[in-house]
Design a protein around this ligand. Structure first.
Ligand code: EPZ
Length: 417
């Protein structure tokens, strides 16, 4: 186990390069299961979740090699169509093997992911979509088994715009017989990235990024050769780091059109945001202004930025409000922020944050990926020393974060816990 130690109070200045997006890389790597041959996926971030994908692809029989951010995957000889419990429970996105395996082999058996720290996170909408395409779904011993001689195109209405569900169903529909229309689809940029990669493989997809996606099934696809998009959540996290430390940071690779909700709220909080060629620059004010945010599916304010913004609100001038509409338990960072002096009250899905002048460094514990980012941000702005334990959560989604922050002037180290 390791922990991160931060001496707070440094103003962050300089430039930082965003890595490839975790939430685009995961579906893209699983999409290599859709067809044999040698696939190349570039700009893949070096993260624990990506290590899990590598393990899972190998267990299924793919030959995987990985070199400075490029994956070469030969998925010609898949021997198994089963994603085992011990991998799925560490990374629920493993359920994204369902669509590709079902579409290519007519069979997939995946451990049910179970809940996680931030919520129950069922996959009922994924399964309902597969059934609409003619798959038989059975559940036993904590595994979901899907079988279909040949998936058929279908009209699928998603009760809620699930990101993973939309991705799973697009991948399944790519090789189905006939046309699939997914209504109330999720619109995240990572879904557009996946669709662009699939189209380059020969898939016929219209409307990715809108709430209605139409997929004309084809008989077979070519191997993928694709570069993962930049990580908009990592980019947003660094913009908040600048905002909280009265810093001046240029985030290279950040794309304004993927961060509209985040940029509008940062500006409302008094942060100066400059949109430059291939980068975004943030200058933090002397005192941050209070704001209200409500998390929503894209293009609404992203739930994956909620914890980071709460750390920022904790040192804003006045009272801010956060409503978490996407997950049922995504306030795990609150009690840790309170240990650092944050004044936060929770009522159901609503948190009320009364800003204080400064937070005090303290030993705190990470509970989930974005909560751990929130605690690091709080430590950067706090007085004295903050120790963040259980940082394996952080390593799931942030590539080399302490090296990147150190380059910006942070006093931050990773030490054995
Ligand atoms: C993706 O998770 C992201 N993960 C999450 O990022 C992100 O928070 C989430 O989308 C929402 O934007 C990846 O892309 C790997 P959902 P996913 O299916 O696909 C309910 C991070 O920090 N739901 O859109 O699992 C579900 O319970 C992670 O990087 C159903 O009810 O999210 C949740 O309340 C955390 N039935 C809501 O929808 C279903 O079948 C959103 O879930 C599916 C989902």
């Amino acid at each position: 186990m390791q922990k991160i130690i931060i001496e707070g109070g440094q103003r962050l200045k300089g430039e930082v390069q965003v890595s490839g997006a975790k939430n685009a890389a995961l579906p893209l790597l699983f999409a290599t299961l859709l067809t044999g041959g040698t696939h190349r996926v570039g700009n893949v971030p070096d993260l624990r979740d990506i290590d899990t994908v590598e393990k899972l692809l190998s267990i299924l029989g793919a030959r995987v090699s990985r070199q400075n951010g490029t994956f070469v995957v030969d998925s010609s000889a898949i021997q198994s169509e089963e994603a085992p419990y011990d991998l799925v429970r560490t990374m629920r996105a493993s359920v994204l093997v369902l669509g590709p395996l079902l579409a290519r082999f007519g069979h997939a058996r995946v451990s049910l992911p179970g809940g996680c720290a931030i919520g129950a996170r069922p996959i009922n909408l994924h399964l309902k979509g597969f059934e609409a395409m003619g798959a038989q779904i059975t559940l036993d011993h904590g595994y979901v088994e899907a079988r279909a001689k040949k998936l058929k195109g279908a009209r699928i209405y998603l009760d809620s715009p699930t990101v993973g569900g939309t991705e799973n169903l697009i991948m399944a529909a790519a090789l189905a017989k006939g046309t699939t229309v997914i209504e109330n689809a999720a619109r995240e940029p990572e879904i557009v990235d996946l669709a662009q990669a699939l189209i380059a493989m020969g898939a016929r997809i219209d409307g990715a990024g809108s709430d209605t996606v139409t997929i004309e099934g084809v008989d077979e696809l070519r191997p993928m050769d694709y570069q993962v998009m930049p990580d908009r959540i990592e980019a947003g996290t660094f913009l908040v780091a600048a905002a909280m430390t009265r810093g001046d940071v240029r985030v290279i690779g950040a794309q304004a059109d993927h961060l509209e909700g985040v940029l509008s709220k940062l500006r409302e909080a008094g942060v100066e945001i400059m949109e430059e060629e291939g980068a975004l620059r943030a200058r933090g004010p002397r005192r941050l202004q209070p704001i209200q945010i409500k998390t929503r599916p894209y293009p609404g304010f992203p739930t994956d930025m909620q914890a980071q913004f709460m750390a920022m609100m904790a040192i804003s001038e006045g009272t801010s409000v956060v409503v978490e509409n996407v997950f049922e338990n995504r306030f795990m960072h609150v009690c840790e922020l309170q240990r650092m002096g944050a004044d936060i009250a929770i009522e159901g899905h609503t948190a009320t944050i009364r800003g204080c002048r400064t937070l005090k460094g303290a030993p705190v514990m990470a509970t989930d990926l974005r909560a751990s980012a929130s605690l690091v941000l709080a430590g950067l702005a706090a007085e004295n020393t903050t120790e963040v334990s259980r940082i394996y959560h952080l390593d799931r989604g942030y590539e080399g974060i302490e090296a990147k922050l150190r380059l910006l002037g942070a006093r931050i180290d990773r030490v054995p816990a």
